[in-house]
Ligand binder design. Structure first.
Ligand SMILES: [Zn+2]
Length: 228
């Protein structure tokens, strides 16, 4: 699937699942004028909206991460925008820079170390190999969980949505890597097909609906929680 489609599905997955995962609410000071406009429970609503938006951002980034192993993917172009010799070598150079940043303390140590390791791995492995497997998903979760459990959940939800979305395409994924069993759900969907813009639109619409429901009413979230 295209990066945009993965991002839209990842964002939607975060929007749907994160309210059910009891993530810690951000503590905010809501100004009194907003209380007057929105009435009771404004504090809760604003915190819900912030929580969902942060979760959507993290799950969207997580949903793009597996395709770092594809030199021409959306995320690879963002991470290594100027391929000097090749994008893979640029990614390895970026991984080295991040690793150095973690040593000299320019960036948070764990974050830059995790990013540099994952960039380095993604730059050298085959597309849709370990990065698209349960093992890779578990490693990402464990690595980020050491830094922040809430962040790890939001990120991994998006990451897992990428694998599920790729399973819907003809190529499928080697979900149980290193065992070479290709898992696919036969939908006939091809990367870049005319269905992708429709999926993007639908997923973005559901995401917007979840944000609006958190902002203007608490009717939708409890219903989704009951379904899950
Ligand atoms: Zn993929």
């Amino acid at each position: 699937m295209l990066g945009k489609t993965h991002g839209a599905i990842g964002g939607m997955t975060g929007a749907l699942l994160l309210p059910c995962l009891q993530l810690p609410r951000p503590q905010l000071n809501v100004p009194s004028w907003l209380n007057q406009i929105m009435g009771q429970a404004t504090q809760t609503r604003v915190e819900d909206v912030c929580m969902i938006i942060i979760g959507i951002g993290l799950s969207t980034i997580g949903s793009l991460m597996p395709d770092l192993d594809e030199p021409n993917s959306t995320i690879s172009r963002e991470v290594a925008p100027i391929p000097l010799l090749s994008r893979r070598i640029s990614m390895l150079a970026m991984a080295g820079c991040l690793w150095l940043s973690s040593i000299v303390g320019w960036l948070p140590f764990q974050l830059s170390l995790i990013l540099s390791l994952w960039l380095g791995i993604a730059a050298i492995v085959k597309h849709r190999g370990i990065t698209h497997s349960l093992l890779g998903t578990g490693l990402v979760f464990i690595a980020i969980r050491a830094m922040d459990p809430s962040l790890a959940i939001a990120f991994t939800v998006g990451y897992a949505s990428h694998l599920l979305a790729d399973m819907l395409t003809n190529h499928g994924v080697v979900l149980f890597w290193p065992f070479p069993v290709r898992v696919r759900i036969p939908t006939g969907l091809r990367t870049g097909s005319v269905l992708e813009p429709i999926i993007q639109l639908g997923a973005t619409g559901i995401t917007a609906l979840m944000i609006l429901s958190a902002a203007f009413g608490h009717n939708v979230l409890p219903i989704v929680q009951r379904w899950l």
